[in-house]
Write a protein that binds this ligand. Structure first.
Ligand code: ADP
Length: 482
């Protein structure tokens, strides 16, 4: 990989300010687009994991007492360096994750926007003074960092998911041990290198790669770690949450979704298509807020399916570096198999294949953008997260069918609603059991939005003024005799 700053391709882990190896214990990372080996990263030993925990634990003693302004300045420097190096970061990401280079660049900027946002929020960790029981009684409410945080992130947004956790944790005065996905560690390691260049003190940021189960067990069982923030599958979220119980850690969980994309017949077709193409095809459909089930009111169906056919057949699939390519490979062959299994199951059970529905000769990780109609609520594709470029369409007649159809899932992350009837917008969105609702838009995630889910999609919010609260503890000092 040829970068402007070759130092950004790190094949080591960061523990207590030192970049470390682990001899021959390494994990190879492959480019999903062409199958080539990119590099390998260490599979850290148990001892190294413990040193990362103890480094974070020592560093917090000074980091938490730093003036908010000083933490803010460091975060801002880190942000500036991310932006200065955005092209290298996009290239690293595109190589390890497969998303088209322009989309990778957008993700780098999106991730950086959280660093910028929390550089500012660091200065606004305000307390409160409340009246006490009597006149000479006052309650001082202050906020303190939670402590040492373990951050575990997935491969679909290798830069933004970890930036969205690291920035508020650091702003709040917490120290961290971050573990990116073993599929895409280089984007995160490059961010750590830039943080070192920005001047974060040693031990404040530790980043390790390796056996996820072992790292998860040690982070969750250590009494020195106070909080786990996780983004990934519901299954692993449940494991981590239960592992956190004995040491009473705080947790933030951003887990799977199964977003309904509801279109009423008074919707604006242009807005619907813009929203759909973003919410469905960004990252080839590999997002937890992806439109998973398209629910279209009958009268709108004919114009909608024509527009979908046109838009989807225009999508260019291929090498992430080729201009105008919109759909890259999926992350690995297992992901392709899973998508194909859901598509074939739907077809066998009566769905109609309009476009796509097969793998491509471009490589084993490519899956053709697919459109299925006549989807039924009992099909697997309606009930599982597809995580691929498949538009699965079901029609409905009346508004009163919508809530049952939409809420028929344990996932409660995101939903989309397209209608111009304001009363209906309030009526429906009030009853949708989802943490985020996009109304006449497919764009629901940026720094000022509280991002997170309801039901099995997890707990806690990232981004916005609420995101920093996940890393803060409230202390009440009740003053008397004054
Ligand atoms: P995905 O299906 O998106 O890969 P996962 O939940 O499997 O989602 O992975 C998300 C993150 O969780 C990755 O960093 C992965 O390495 C990590 N992970 C997977 N299994 C465990 C585990 N048992 N304990 C801790 N982390 C895990």
């Amino acid at each position: 990989m040829q970068l402007n700053n070759q130092l950004l391709l790190k094949n080591q882990c960061l523990i207590n300010g030192q970049w470390i190896e682990n001899g021959s214990q390494r994990i190879k990372v492959f480019n999903p687009s062409n199958g080539e080996l990119i590099e390998s990263v260490p599979a850290v030993s148990e001892k190294q994991i413990q040193s990362a925990i103890s480094a974070a634990s020592k560093a917090i003693e000074t980091w938490k007492h730093l003036a908010a302004d000083e933490r803010s300045i460091l975060l801002r420097k880190w942000y500036d360096l991310i932006i200065e190096n955005e092209l290298d970061l996009a290239q690293i990401m595109s190589d390890e994750q497969g998303k088209p280079i322009e989309e990778a660049l957008q993700e780098v900027r999106y991730g950086a926007s959280y660093v910028e946002w929390f550089a500012e929020e660091a200065k606004r960790i305000n307390g409160n003074i409340l009246p006490g029981k009597s006149l000479n009684n006052k309650i001082f409410v202050t906020k303190e960092p939670v402590g040492v945080c373990g951050l575990i992130t997935p491969w679909n947004f290798p830069n933004a998911m970890i930036a969205r956790k690291m920035a508020p944790a650091l702003a709040a005065g917490c120290t961290i041990i971050a573990k990116p996905s073993e599929e895409t560690p280089f984007s995160a390691l490059a961010l750590a290198e830039l943080a070192c260049m920005a001047g974060f003190p040693r031990g404040v940021i530790n980043m390790i790669t390796g056996d996820s189960k072992k790292i998860g067990e040690l982070l969750t069982s250590s009494p020195l770690v106070h909080k786990i923030s996780f983004t990934g599958s519901t299954k692993v979220g449940e494991i981590l949450k239960s592992q956190c119980v004995p040491t009473h850690k705080r947790t933030s969980m951003e887990l799977g979704g199964n977003a309904p994309f509801i279109i009423f017949d008074d919707a604006n077709l242009e807005e619907v298509m813009k929203g759909l193409m973003h919410a469905k095809f960004r990252n080839s459909g590999q997002t937890c807020v992806a439109a998973n089930r398209i629910l279209v009111q009958k009268k709108f169906y004919t114009q909608f399916i024509e527009a979908v056919k046109q838009a989807v057949s225009k999508l260019i699939i291929g090498d992430p570096y080729v201009q105008d390519v919109k759909i890259g490979p999926l992350i690995n062959e297992a992901a392709v198999k899973k998508v194909d299994r859901l598509v074939q199951d739907a077809i066998q059970n009566g769905a109609e294949l309009v476009l796509g529905g097969k793998t491509l000769e471009l490589g084993p990780c490519f899956y053709e953008p697919t459109v299925l109609t006549n989807i039924k609520p009992d099909m697997k594709i309606f009930n599982e997260e597809i995580f691929g470029p498949v538009v699965a369409i079901l029609t409905f007649e009346k508004e009163d069918e919508i809530l049952e159809l939409s809420n028929q899932t344990n996932a409660g992350l995101a939903a989309y609603l397209f209608t111009k009837d304001v009363a209906r917008i309030f009526r429906i969105s009030r009853e949708l059991q989802f943490g985020m609702i996009g109304v006449n838009t497919g764009v629901i995630s940026y720094a000022s939005v509280p991002f997170g889910g309801a039901k099995y999609s997890g707990e806690g919010r990232e981004g916005s003024k609420y995101g920093i609260e996940e890393y803060l503890e409230i202390k009440s000092t009740v003053l008397s005799g004054i």
